[in-house]
Design a protein around this ligand. Sequence first.
Ligand code: AHM
Ligand code: MG
Length: 331
Amino acid sequence: MTRVTLTRYLIEQQRAHNNIPAELRLLIEVVARACKSIGHHVSKGALGGVLGSAETENIQGEIQKKLDVISNEIMLEANEWGGHLAALASEEMEDVHPIPNRYPRGEYLLLLDPLDGSSNIDVNVSIGTIFSVLKCPEGMEPNEAAFLQPGVRQVAAGYAIYGPQTMLVLTFGFGVQAFTLDRETFSWVLTQEQMRIPPDTQEFAINMSNQRHWEAPVQRYVTELLAGRTGPRGKDFNMRWIASMVADVHRILTRGGIFMYPRDAREPDKPGKLRLMYEANPMALIVEEAGGAATNGQQRILEIPPEKLHQRVAVFLGSKNEVERVTQYHG
Ligand code: AHM
Ligand code: MG
C-alpha cells in the first residue's frame, strides 16, 4: 500500500485540482507540525512536568492549565516567522496577535483553541487542538475587525486529537480527510478519505448535569431521546460525553451522533459555553463537509456574523436528521 503523507496529499491535491494555494498549504504544514509538538508534550505527562495549573487566568476568566499555555506558545512560535500569516488569535490571548514587523506578513488569519478539553488533561483523557483559517480582507489591517467573518469564509479548518492515536482531521471545503501520526517516522499519514457522518444516529452527547438550566426545546428533545423505544422516537438512544469537544466530534465523524452544548440559564448573558470563532466554526465546517449539520438552534453556525473574537454560541452538530429535528423544536 502506498503511504500518502500529509505533504504528498497537499501537493497532489494542488496539482490535480489546483484548489489549495501554495501559501495555504505551507501554513497548514506549519500548524500540523506544531500539533505534533503539542502532542509530544501532552504525551510526556508528569514526566515532562506539564500537568496541573499554570495559576493564571485567560480572557474567559478560566484558570489556565500549564498545557494551555505551552500549546499556545508552541503555536505562536511556529507560526510567527513563516511568512504565511497576517495575524493569529487564540482562546488563550485577549487580543489578536499581528505578525511582528521583523517578519514578513502573509495574507491569512489563523484562529486557535490551542488545547481543547483542558479539564481532561490531568486525567489522561483525549484532548486536542482546533484551528480555523480565514483570509485577511484586502486592504484591511489584521486587527480584530479583520477576523470577524462568518464561518462560511473559512478557507481551511481542522483539529488534532491527542488520544490512543494522534490524528489530524482537515478540510479545505472539499470533504474531510484524516491523517494518523506515525510515531516511528513522525509523519502524518492519510488514513481516511472523505469521512461521512451518517444522517441518522442513536447516540447523543450533552452534559446532562446542566439539564435543569436548559431551554424548553432542548428539554423536549432530550426527554424524547431518553424515553427510548416506547417513547415518541420509537428507538433507544445511547449517551456519551467526553467533555473534550474534539473527542466528541471525532466520535461523531467516525460513527455518527449528535453533540449539543446549548445556551442555558446559568449565565443568561452568554449564549452557550463554546466559542464561535475557534471552536464552533471550524467544527461546523468539518461536520458539514462530512455530510452533517451544525446550528445554534436557530441558524447555520457558519452563517452567524461574528461580533466579537471570543463570542460564545450554542452548538448542535452531527448527524443531519437529528440536528434538523432539534433545530425545528426551537421554532
Ligand atoms: P476548553 O476550551 O476550556 O477546554 O472548554 C471547552 C470544552 C469542550 O471541549 C467541551 O465540549 C466542553 O468544554 C465541556 O464542558 P463541561 O465541562 O461543561 O462538560
Ligand atoms: Mg476549547
